[in-house]
Design a protein around this ligand. Sequence first.
Ligand code: UD1
Ligand code: CA
Length: 482
Amino acid sequence: MSQAAAGVTAVVVLAAGGGTRMKSRRSKLLHELCGRSMLSYAITAATSLEPDHLVVVVGHEREQVSEHLAEIAPYAVQAVQEPQLGTGHAVRVGLDALVELPSEVVVTYGDVPLLTGETLAGLVAEHRAAANAVTLLTSVVDVPTGYGRVVREHGQVSRVVEEKDASDEERDVREINSGIYVFDAETLRDGLAELRTDNAQGEMYLTDVIAHANRLGRTVGAHLIDDPWQTQGVNDRVQLASLSKELNRRILVRWMRDGVTVLDPETTWVADTVDLAEDVTLLPNTILRGATSVAQGATIGPDVMLTDVEVGEGAHLVKCHATLAVIGDGAEVGPFSYLRPGTRLGAKGKIGAFVEAKNAVIGDGAKVPHLTYCGDAEVGDGANIGAGTIFANYDGVTKSRTTVGKASFVGSNSVLVAPVTIADGAYVAAGSAVTEDVGPGELAIARSRQRNIEGWVASRRPGSKTQQAAEEAVRAEKGDQE
Ligand code: UD1
Ligand code: CA
C-alpha cells in the first residue's frame, strides 16, 4: 500500500493470551467494537502493510479464534502456542510457522483495536530510515500502570522493564512500550533463542530482545506517537466500552469530514461497516449497524436503529427500528415503526406510526400510515392502506401472501385474510374481513349491515342520563321543526 511499507516480509499478530477479565464464554478477541471483532481491526492494520506472510499466534479459546480467522483472513497462517509461556515464546512459535526466515518481522497484538495501518507504516518507515535492529512503538501516558516502561540511557532506548520487575524510579517513567515492534529478523531469532524466565512473572519476555540487540551493539529506536489510544489494549469490558466510544467518535469525525451532519456525536453510533453519502443528517440516538447504507440527503433520527438497511436518497426516518429492509428514495418511515426483514418500501412511500412490516413489498408512493400489521404482502404503487388494517398472514399452520393492487384503497380497520388478492384499482370498505379476491374497480364490503333499533334506550335504560339526553334531542328536533 504505502511506499514505506513495501518489502515487509512478515507480520506476527499475538493472539494466544487469555481474556479472563472479560468474564465471557466468548474469546476476548471476538468481542466487537463498532460492529467488528477486536481481532479484525488487528488483521486490517496488519494486512495494510501487504506482508508476504501474516502469522497469527493462537492459543486460548483456539477453536473460536481459528474459526473466526478462517472467515476474516483465510490467507493468515495460524500458529498454535500451547502452553502460553509469554510474548517472547509466542513470537518464537510464530516464526517457527514460517518456512524461511524473513528479513523483517513486525509484531502486533490482536487486542489493540485502535492501532491503524498508517501507524504501522510509520513505524516501519522509521525503522528503515534509522537502520535499526529493533524499533518499538511507544507513547507517553499519564498513568503508565500495567505497561512495560521504556528505559533510556542518554536518550537511547536501552531496555524495557515490566511493571512487576521495575524499580520505584523506573515505575515513574511515563513512556510505555505498546508491545508493537519491527525487528530485524536475525536479531529477533537470536534474541528469542536466549530468552530466560528469571523474572517476576516466570515468562519469556519478548522485551528482553531489546537488551539483547543493545548487547550486540545494534541500534534500538522508538517510534513515539502522540495518540495513546492507538496503543491501548482491551482486557476487560470497561476498557472495551471506552475504546468503543473513542472508535465511534473517530468514525463519526471521518463521516463529518466527508459531508455528513451529526447533530449529537455523543448519542450517535455508526458501525465501521456502514456507508453514508454526502448530506446525510444523523439526529440524536441513531444507531446504524451491519451493512447499512444511507444515500445522499437522507435524514435519520432521532431514535432510530437500522441493521443491514439500505436507505434511499432524501428519505426520512424517525423513531423506528429496521432490519434487512430497503427504503426507497424520498420515502418516509416513523415514528414508532418496526420494519422486519424483507420489507421494501418504494420511492416516496410511507410507513407510519405503529406499523409493523415483514416480507412486504410496498410500492412507489404507497402508504401504510397508521396502526397496521403488514406481513407477507405486496402493496402496489400508490395504494393506500387505512388505519388499523391487519394483513392476517398466518392461520396457525401456514403463512400466506396478500396482494393489494395499484392505487387500491383499503378502508380502516379491515382484515385481509391471506391468501387473498385485491386487484388494481379496487376498494375495500372500512371494517371488512376480506377472505375472497376483489376484482378491478370493485368495492368489497365484508361486514354485516347496520340495523338501528328504535326506542331501545327508553325500554332498556329507563331513567338513565342517556335516556334524558335522547329525550332532549328528540324535543329539540321537534322544536326545530315547529
Ligand atoms: C506486554 C509487554 C509490555 C507492554 C504491554 C503492552 C512483554 C513481556 N511485555 O505486557 O512491555 O507494555 O504488552 O500491552 O512483552 N500473548 C500471547 N502468548 C503469550 C503471552 C501473551 O500470544 O504467551 C499475547 C496476548 O494475547 C496479548 C499480547 O501477547 O495480545 C500481550 O500479552 P500480555 O500478557 O497482555 O502482555 P503484558 O503483560 O500486558
Ligand atoms: Ca496486556
